[in-house]
Design a binder for this molecule. Structure first.
Ligand code: GLC
Length: 447
């Protein structure tokens, strides 16, 4: 076990070292050359074991891109902060986020957010610092985190229920998760997606896609879903990412179950961070936090005992089981019996307990696709969230087993972006930063 761990850690460290870029880590050197919100969080959670200061820098770089209204963007563009005249590049130009006066002037960012999982990383990085340095780090970061959570409730609590809405599948970090993909392809987007589908048959679009240069197209979001997602991003750009305009004219708004589960846990951590650094959170904010916890069960399906996202505009639940349905385990606020039900789902070999688990879509689902990103494959970040929740809820054995099987899967197949739930085969890009970082975190947590 000793050599197994040290060899694996060394491999993971090499991936991170190759992807480090002065003040942050590229999500992948090839396909994702920029900084992503949730990627940075998971990267910092691993990096803290190697170098807590670098991990803090990773998070501080992300926080430096915070918008004036409090939003944290899901993407921070690397070339935009090389100093002097920002070197615009195509990736940024697609977003045009400076149309919004709240966007930072000295950094180039996207105009949407990602799951609010940052407080968790701040806490964990702080754990690796000396008392004095930790205090300083918390003093620096907690007001920014509080502004971010305040933004979430001010701009994204559409129905004043305490449940936040995502306005784009890329915000959830699960780009082609079946309930989202299905929704994005439906209705108003049909003409465009039909055209994209036609072009796809001719292979034209495939030649323009960076994400399939290294990875086979079967492992990526389909052209149709991609076109629908891109179309929704262009609509947001057109509305200048302005919440008032978005509320009047944008769709979708979705009370996403992954995002709300993550919000609850990170609210709890933010309260602890604030208490330990002497920062007072507003009573409006803490009242909202309590409301999210109270109302999460509005997303619980009585029949399956799984949680589902809900369309915030129509109230319709999206009853397609995915890994997101289990993430309330991570929230840490569920009644004991409800956690037990979710933990049982994780043991069901017909659905979520696949040969290599946890699949992003259960293997008995008609939507399961072995190779396609968030439509079936196993990801380290969701395994990490689930096992963290299991551990806190007292399911130490189940958490340990998941940690071990995850590490074995990575050791055997490599630091890939995601893995087949049926064979463990590595999929997506190689040398993916958060796979490497979370491997390091799991190795250390196991000790
Ligand atoms: C893809 C993933 C998302 C991730 C991003 C950068 O879009 O679906 O979760 O944050 O790539 O790695």
């Amino acid at each position: 076990m000793e050599t197994f761990s040290s060899r694996l850690e060394m491999q993971a460290e090499q991936v991170w070292a190759a992807n480090w870029r002065d003040d942050h880590t590229a999500a992948s050197a090839t396909n994702y050359p920029h900084q992503w919100l949730q990627d940075s969080v998971y990267i910092a959670e691993g990096l803290r074991w190697l170098d807590a200061e670098k991990a803090a820098q990773e998070l501080n770089t992300l926080l430096a891109a915070q918008w004036q209204n409090g939003m944290l963007p899901h993407q921070v563009f690397t070339r935009g902060r090389l100093g002097g005249e920002p070197q615009l590049n195509l990736d940024y130009l697609v977003w045009g986020s400076r149309r919004n006066p709240d966007a930072p002037r000295d950094t180039l960012t996207s105009g949407i957010t990602q799951p609010p999982v940052l407080a968790d990383a701040v806490w964990r990085v702080g754990e690796r610092m000396s008392g004095r340095r930790r205090h300083e780090f918390f003093q620096e970061t907690v007001p920014k985190l509080a502004n971010y959570h305040t933004w979430i409730y001010r701009e994204r609590d559409l129905n004043d229920s305490g449940l936040m809405s995502a306005v784009h599948p890329w915000e959830t970090g699960m780009d082609n998760s079946p309930p989202w993909a299905r929704h994005m392809q439906a209705g108003e987007h049909s003409a465009l997606t039909f055209a994209a589908g036609k072009l796809a048959t001719g292979g034209l679009i495939n030649r323009l896609r960076r994400d399939i240069r290294e990875t086979d197209a079967t492992q990526r979001t389909s052209n149709i879903t991609n076109a629908a997602n891109a179309n929704a991003a262009l609509r947001l750009r057109h509305l200048k990412y302005d919440s008032a305009q978005m509320r009047a004219r944008h769709s979708p708004y979705v009370e996403d179950i992954a995002m709300n589960s993550i919000l609850i846990r990170n609210n709890t951590i933010l309260c602890e961070l604030a208490a330990s650094s002497g920062h007072r959170l507003s009573s409006d904010l803490t009242a909202k936090m309590a409301q999210t916890e109270r109302n999460l069960n509005q997303l619980l399906d009585d029949e399956t005992r799984l949680y589902f996202s809900r369309d915030a505009l129509t109230g319709e639940p999206w009853k397609i089981p995915t890994i997101a349905s289990l993430l309330p385990i991570y929230a840490g606020s569920l009644a004991v019996g409800r956690t037990a039900k979710l933990a049982e789902h994780l043991k069901n070999s017909a659905s979520f307990a696949s040969q290599f688990s946890i699949p992003s879509v259960p293997i008995d689902s008609p939507y399961f696709q072995e190779l396609s990103m968030w439509s079936g494959p196993v990801w380290l970040n969701t395994n990490h969230l689930v096992l963290d929740g299991l551990e806190r809820a007292g399911y130490a054995d189940q958490a340990e087993a998941l940690s071990e099987s995850t590490l074995l899967m990575v050791a055997k197949n490599g630091m890939y972006e995601y893995f087949s739930a049926l064979t463990g085969r590595g999929l997506g890009v190689q040398n993916f930063s958060w796979t490497a970082a979370l491997t390091i975190d799991l190795l250390h947590r196991a000790n």
